[in-house]
Design a protein around this ligand. Structure first.
Ligand code: NAP
Length: 323
């Protein structure tokens, strides 16, 4: 019997066609993102689902999908999936690590440079017609913060954190890192989180969002950051207390921030960070290049195909389900 697989969005890449050869495939064609109630309806009778980070895959959904045997997410982060609930039911969860590392590290560095050198603010200034003879080049005109030679603190020295460190080395930065699992990496000084915050001119966040990392950068830890420091977050919104960050940027304790991810997405226009000129905000585009997105989709399809063949997924976050 051909098994049913549901895909929650049209996907780039060629893998999706290969997947279609292995199952009865149903793809949500939009418009927009799939509403949660519809995902619930669509999963009835499905053997597997290929999803995005915008889809919440939790116990409630599982209860409505008794035939579900695998979840394959086109993302490296799996904080939108209740992995313990999946494991308890023997459902394999796949993700797409590795292929997005350099692309996301590039985004982090783009935000770091843009925040340090006030690129978004300067762009708005020019477009708004404010660059006039009376308001033009002067010694203090749009001065920012030097990146070269500064100290970068990396919170979470996983694959993306290490890729950001490699970029920082090219800029002559001193690189500190804190990670749950200490790692010896040439050119990086491992320190405690407090020391990292006290010493870094730039802090870039790269831990996964988990119960232990939610609000990791809370009001107290943001308060430890060096005066005038810059915070960059391309990991997940829930890791940084947005209100505390906005207050620190408003009162001048921090000079700028580059933020790709928000606690609630799409971010509300009322989010206090968006009212601040020294925040560079992007809409969760860390891995958004055409090639990387196609590679991620192909990996998600490969995980699904393996699951359909009864094989372990090549990239599974809960391999204990195979034991
Ligand atoms: P990775 O190689 O798995 O690294 C994950 C990092 O998070 C490691 O340092 C890991 O520490 C740490 N971590 C995981 N669980 C933790 C916990 N419970 N407590 C403390 N630290 C924990 O993943 P990656 O490829 O570098 O990606 C990192 C994160 O970036 C992803 O989880 C995702 O949320 C985010 N991301 C965002 C975008 C975007 O579009 N903005 C794109 C890609 C990824 P250990 O080494 O001790 O496990």
């Amino acid at each position: 019997m051909t098994r049913k697989v549901f895909v929650t969005h049209r996907l780039p890449g060629r893998g999706i066609q290969e997947l279609a050869a292995h199952c009865d495939l149903n793809v949500w064609m939009g418009p927009g993102l799939l509403p949660a109630a519809q995902l619930r309806d669509e999963l009835a009778g499905c053997h597997g689902v290929v999803c995005l980070l915008t889809d919440r895959i939790d116990q409630d959904l599982l209860d409505a999908a008794p035939d579900l045997r695998f979840v394959s997410s086109m993302s490296v982060g799996v904080d939108h999936i209740d992995v313990p609930a999946m494991s308890a039911r023997g459902i394999a969860v796949g993700h797409t690590p590795g292929v997005l590392v350099d692309t996301t590290a590039d985004t982090a560095f783009a935000l770091l440079l843009a925040a340090a050198r006030r690129v978004a603010e300067a762009d708005r200034f020019v477009r708004d017609g404010n660059w006039t003879a009376a308001n033009a080049w002067s010694p203090e005109f749009f001065t920012g913060k030097d990146v070269s030679g500064a100290t970068l603190g990396i919170v979470g020295l996983g694959a993306i954190g290490q890729a950001v460190a490699r970029r920082a080395t090219g800029f002559g930065m001193e690189v500190l890192a804190w990670s749950r699992t200490p790692r010896r990496v040439t050119g990086i000084e491992m320190v405690g989180l407090e020391e990292l915050l006290l010493r870094s001119d730039f802090v870039s966040v790269h831990v996964a969002l988990a119960p232990q990392t939610r609000n990791l950068l809370d009001v107290d830890r943001i308060g430890l950051m060096k005066p005038g420091a810059v915070l960059v977050n391309t990991a997940r919104g829930g890791i940084v207390d947005e209100n505390a960050l906005a207050a620190a940027l408003l009162n001048g304790n921090l000079s700028a921030a580059g933020i790709d991810v928000f606690a609630s997405e799409p971010v509300s226009p009322d989010n206090p960070l968006l009212a601040l000129p020294n925040v560079v905000a992007t809409p969760h585009i860390g891995s958004a290049t055409t090639l990387t997105r196609a590679r991620m989709a192909d990996m998600a399809a490969a995980n699904a195909i393996a699951a359909l063949k009864g094989q372990p997924m090549p990239c599974c976050v809960n391999p204990q389900v195979y034991r």
